[in-house]
Structure formats: structure tokens, C-alpha cells
Ligand binder design. Sequence first.
Ligand code: MN
Length: 249
Amino acid sequence: MNRRKFSKQAGMISLGIGLVPMIACKSSKELGKDGTSAMAAGTMAEPFTLPALPYAHNALLPIIDEMTMQIHHGKHHAGYVTNLNKALETSPLKGKSITEIMMSLTGNATENAVRNNAGGHFNHTLFWEIMTPGGAKMPEGKLGEAIKKKFTSFEGFKTAFSDAAMKVFGSGWAWLAVDKNGEVFISSTPNQDNPLMSKIVAQGGTPILGIDVWEHAYYLKYQNLRKDYVTGFLSLINWDVVGKKYAAI
Ligand code: MN
């Protein structure tokens, strides 16, 4: 992370793109290689805190119901934050930023509490940020070009992303991420893992979009109909924010 890039992100934050006030970022040294995502992931240092939702609990109706939003953000995400801070008390990863923690994980079982809760905190922070009741309804600019190059068309992307989300067996996430060459790819991970955990996952990269397919994300409204939830989610994506994340890498 160089100074120019940091300044660029600081500008984005001041425009309200991020979820946290600038005070959370004490220096560029604390930013992970994915910068923007790290900025959005609550505080950059312990104790990690629950970021406020960027919209009301009922803002994503009718796709996501108000009670799901309240429980998902106020109970599930809050729980990951609390348990992350607790797990770090006895972890050698204490003192690292959220992205540094994930990039350091090796998959050793002794890391599981940190792995699950750091992932939970990062993933949900990203998830809230990349949904919106308004915003651009399809990717434009460089991200739009990268998606077309990889998936032929926006429809091709939606089909591939939906397929990845449907194939997650049990609890997990599907992602649109960026590899070290700047190319986008779709992947999925179990539990609260994500592509930043490059020593653990099949394909490492920087996630710019993710869908939570844990049942707690949709079961109250959709029960077993995950496909309807995934289809609805695709219409809620904030392509303005996702595009800015892609541009910042
Ligand atoms: Mn969740």
C-alpha cells in the first residue's frame, strides 16, 4: 500500500464509501493488501467493533426481511466481533489488522477460533457494504469490462455466481474476487473462510463481492428456497461500491 493509494482510499472513505470513520485508520501500515476492503472491515486494530449498517434494517425489503437483518447484524455479526476479540487474547496473531490476520492463517486447528471469527467479521462487513436498495444495477467501467472478459456477459456472470452460491454444501459463501493479475474469478468457501485466506483456500485473492449462504442469512423468509434468495440478492448488489473496490486493488 503506497501513499498514493492510501490517499485515494481516504478520499473514498470521506465520500461515505466506507463504513467507518477515518479515525479507525491510523496509518497506511495497518492496511492489508486489499486496502479498501480492510478499511471497511470495522476497526483496523483491536478491539474490533461492529460497524453500523449503511441503511435501515428494513431497507432491503422485500428481498431481505427486517427480522433477518436485525438478527444477522445485531446477533450473528456482533457475536463474531466479540468472539474474535476474545480469541485474540491468547493468539500469536494479536495486534495484526483484520486482513493481516486472514493472510497469516495456516489452517492449523489451533487457529480455528480466530479463523472463524475474523472471517465472520470481515465477510459480514463486506456483505452489508455491497448491498443497497439503490445504486447501479450492473457493473460498469473497468469492472464491467473485467466481468465481460471472464464471463462473456453480465448474464454469464450472474449464472456462474448463482451456480457457485447454490453449490455451497452447508454453510459458506460464494465470492467474486480478484487474483494477482487483476482478473476476476468466482469461488466458494465453507464456513467463514474467504479468498484472503490464501494459505487455506483453493484460490486466493481479494474478495470484492460475497453472498452469505448460511441458513441464518435467509431461512426466516425463504426456508429451503436458497435459489430465490440468491436471485433476489443479485438485484441488491451495490455495483458502485464493488466497482470502487475493484478499482482500488
Ligand atoms: Mn451470516
